[in-house]
Design a protein around this ligand. Structure first.
Ligand SMILES: Cc1cc2nc3c(=O)[nH]c(=O)nc-3n(C[C@H](O)[C@H](O)[C@H](O)COP(=O)(O)OP(=O)(O)OC[C@H]3O[C@@H](n4cnc5c(N)ncnc54)[C@H](O)[C@@H]3O)c2cc1C
Ligand code: SF4
Length: 343
């Protein structure tokens, strides 16, 4: 088929959709704004639920890219114009590409934890995010507080930037509960004597093998799960942290001193996606992520014929769901190209 597809964003979704189209002998131009492909997963160490290394997933996705996929790294899209035959995509380096259809896989952005000022992120040294903890695991560095000691008590805080009317995000980010459970286990593996507490609203262990991981965290590793939302975090002169919550099961206020606080930050729509939404005049949902043409029947289509969406650009999703979604998108895009050819 001589019609080519432009895929914007080379994370798990973009790499999967590109590989699946190439398998069908369809030419793909894959545009990635960063110097490296892989998106967020490039920064994760071991993945829930199996604790397989993120690099294994990356290698698998790369192995599916044939010469049919032309990857343009370190470049963004400066304009997209509709033409008679599809779209003209102009890149920031002035390259122009004609595409029969477009697939948007620009993913998500992490919630900026500094917006929850009362949690002290960016103010207190020993308040970090789950993404930062993941980088520590990946680097193989010791888990230490700013005074260089291993923490004796760690608190994980769920729903940071999600399910929170105050910050304007009502949705659940889906994967932070299980990320927190996985990371709590990993801390216990490295520091068996460290006490680990997890403060949650509900535990949403929605997918296969997630609930089992939660059981493992409690039964094998003794992680303490407390139903309660953090109201504020303050710092002691020795840089330990005082966290105040209410145990919503017992109704009692709770105050605790810990050495390290890990904020489980959620997903937000990425700034890069916002620019493309404007260029094309696409619709977004109340949550700010791109809206599909129909939630059941046309989940990978948008209201604009020939513009498809896949992965976390539509909202929070884990890798398994993202890969499945991207494969479905490739199928829909191939069908669309076939219709153009025969129509
Ligand atoms: C802390 C944390 C830990 C996680 N751990 C796990 C785990 O263990 N297991 C699991 O299943 N899931 C995990 N996830 C979820 C996982 O990260 C997502 O499922 C996955 O990243 C979604 O892939 P994506 O390709 O849709 O988006 P992304 O990973 O966001 O990739 C999007 C890509 O598009 C690029 N891009 C953006 N804008 C533009 C633009 N304008 N032009 C060109 N390129 C652009 C970006 O640079 C990026 O490469 C975790 C999430 C978080 C927050
Ligand atoms: S997955 Fe868990 S931590 Fe994340 S927003 Fe949903 S309930 Fe909160």
């Amino acid at each position: 088929m001589n019609k080519q597809v432009v895929v914007i964003g080379a994370g798990v979704a973009g790499l999967t959709v590109a590989g699946a189209l190439a398998e069908q002998n369809i030419k793909v131009i894959l545009i990635e704004k960063e110097a490296q492909t892989g998106g967020h997963v490039r920064n994760w160490d071991r993945l829930f639920p199996s604790r397989r290394h993120g690099s294994e997933v990356m290698d698998f996705l790369d192995s599916n890219l044939t010469k049919q996929v032309d990857i343009r790294r370190g470049v963004t899209v400066s304009s997209i114009v509709r033409t008679q035959n599809g779209f003209k995509v102009t890149l920031a380096n002035d390259d122009e590409i004609d595409a029969a259809c477009l697939i948007l896989s620009t993913g998500f952005q992490l919630f900026n934890a500094a917006k929850k000022e009362e949690y002290g992120y960016g103010i207190y040294d020993n308040v970090i995010t789950s993404a930062e903890l993941e980088s520590i695991f990946k680097s193989g560095k010791e888990i230490a507080t700013k005074n260089g000691k291993n923490p004796e008590r760690v608190a994980f805080i769920h729903c940071v930037g999600s399910r929170d009317e105050k910050v304007g995000n009502l949705y659940c980010s889906k994967v932070c509960c299980v990320t927190g459970v996985k990371q709590a286990i990993e801390i216990k593996e490295i520091l068996p004597h460290c006490e680990v507490f997890s403060f949650y609203m509900d535990l949403r262990m929605y997918d296969r093998n997630f609930e089992e991981l939660y059981y493992e965290a409690q039964q094998k590793w003794g992680v303490n799960f407390i139903r309660g939302r953090l109201s504020e975090c303050a710092e002691n002169p020795d840089h330990t942290l005082i966290i105040k919550t209410e145990d919503t099961l017992t109704g009692k206020p709770l105050k605790m001193t810990v050495d390290l606080v890990v904020l489980l930050v959620g997903f937000t729509p990425s700034a890069g996606t916002g620019e493309i939404v404007k260029m094309l005049g696409l619709k977004t949902g109340q949550d700010g992520f791109i809206a599909s043409a129909d939630e059941h029947f046309l989940d990978n289509n948008t209201d604009i014929p020939g513009v498809f969406v896949t992965g976390a650009v539509k909202g929070p999703a884990c890798i398994v769901n993202t890969i499945a979604d991207a494969r479905a998108t490739a199928q829909q895009a191939a069908k669309y190209l076939f219709t153009l050819k025969t129509g």
